[in-house]
Design a protein around this ligand. Structure first.
Ligand code: 4AZ
Length: 313
């Protein structure tokens, strides 16, 4: 009996270590938000009609600064790559860009930045229609992925009916009338996806590479400065994982009734992302169902917990 107890304790230590490693490898899994019970929820109106967001709920969101000033949003695709919008980088020199990550408050002191090694704007970006409004930023050194820095998943699913529970985040302006207020705290707002034909009736210049999102009530929308940020949703059949469906691109004003925000349709650019990242020597590995990783599946973690439970019982 005593010998079994000794062996049991001997087994528990490596198991605990394995679980610790398994959990840290979870940071590599895209689209996972972390539970954060300390999250404050107040109802200050922001983004346009949104609320303050905690980075642990949107850990893929990054800020792109130009000469130290907030320029646009972006999202972490993996430790090397950030996804954003082409129109953010017209007449911008990449050496003046810095990426802020793992933070939801731009006023934080001693923030760490990442410099940009390569800026890839879409060669067919149309600065009049804002067609192909997508860009990739290769970082000078890889991000140390962790609980507040987690990649977002992307998906080839182009049918908008596959998605629910969509949110957009950003440090963009929170009002357009009077003095424009730019928040220091990251903001979030929930929006609905619009059918493409209905949206192209509302906004006749819409191309097939764009999608629309907004709300029935006026006042909830992305706005100036939110560009490049991610519009993320859950799959109807998998509410545990977040996928980037759109990139904030443009709109006619912000939060106006029957004028939804316009987003780049990310599913149309998967091949472009895969080809460009490979060409730059840091290939983005797209997995169709990227929610559970190759390294260690969520089921294996559950199994380890089960074994731990049996051993401690
Ligand atoms: C902008 O100027 C912008 N209401 C972004 C999004 C929207 C409007 C303008 C959508 O960056």
């Amino acid at each position: 009996m005593k010998r079994w107890k000794g062996r049991r304790t001997g087994l528990l230590l490596p198991l605990a270590l394995l679980l610790f490693w398994a959990h840290s490898s979870l940071a590599w899994i895209c689209g996972q938000e972390m539970q954060d019970r300390s999250q404050q929820q107040n109802n200050v109106s922001a983004i346009m009609g949104g609320k303050p967001a905690n980075i642990s709920k949107f850990p893929w969101h990054v800020g792109i600064m130009n000469h130290g000033y907030h320029l646009c949003g972006g999202s972490i695709l993996n430790e090397w790559w950030v996804l954003s919008a082409s129109h953010c980088f017209e007449q911008i020199n990449k050496s003046n860009l810095e990426i802020i990550y793992g933070r939801d408050d731009l006023s934080t002191k001693n923030m760490t930045y990442q410099k940009v090694d390569k800026l890839i704007v879409h060669p067919k970006f149309d600065d009049w229609l804002l067609d192909n409004d997508i860009a990739l930023l290769l970082l000078k050194s890889p991000l140390n992925l962790s609980i507040n820095k987690i990649p977002i998943c992307v998906s080839e699913l182009s049918d908008l009916r596959s998605w629910k529970n969509c949110w957009v985040t950003g440090w963009g302006v929170t009002n357009v009338s009077g003095i424009k207020i730019q928040p220091e705290k990251l903001q979030k707002v929930q929006v609905d996806l619009y059918r493409w034909d209905w949206c192209s009736y509302l906004l006749p210049v819409l191309t097939k590479n764009m999608l629309c999102a907004g709300t029935q009530d006026a006042g909830k929308d992305a706005c100036q400065g939110d560009s490049g940020g991610a519009l993320v949703c859950n799959k109807k059949r998998n509410i545990a994982t977040w996928y980037q469906v759109g990139i904030v691109s443009w709109g006619i004003g912000c939060g106006k009734k029957n004028l939804p925000g316009v987003y780049t349709k990310v599913s149309h650019y998967l091949n472009w992302i895969i080809n460009q990242t490979a060409k730059a020597g840091k290939p983005y590995m797209y997995e169709q169902n990227s929610a559970c990783p190759l390294v260690l599946s969520c089921w294996a973690i559950l199994f380890l917990y089960f074994v731990m439970f049996l051993l401690t019982w």
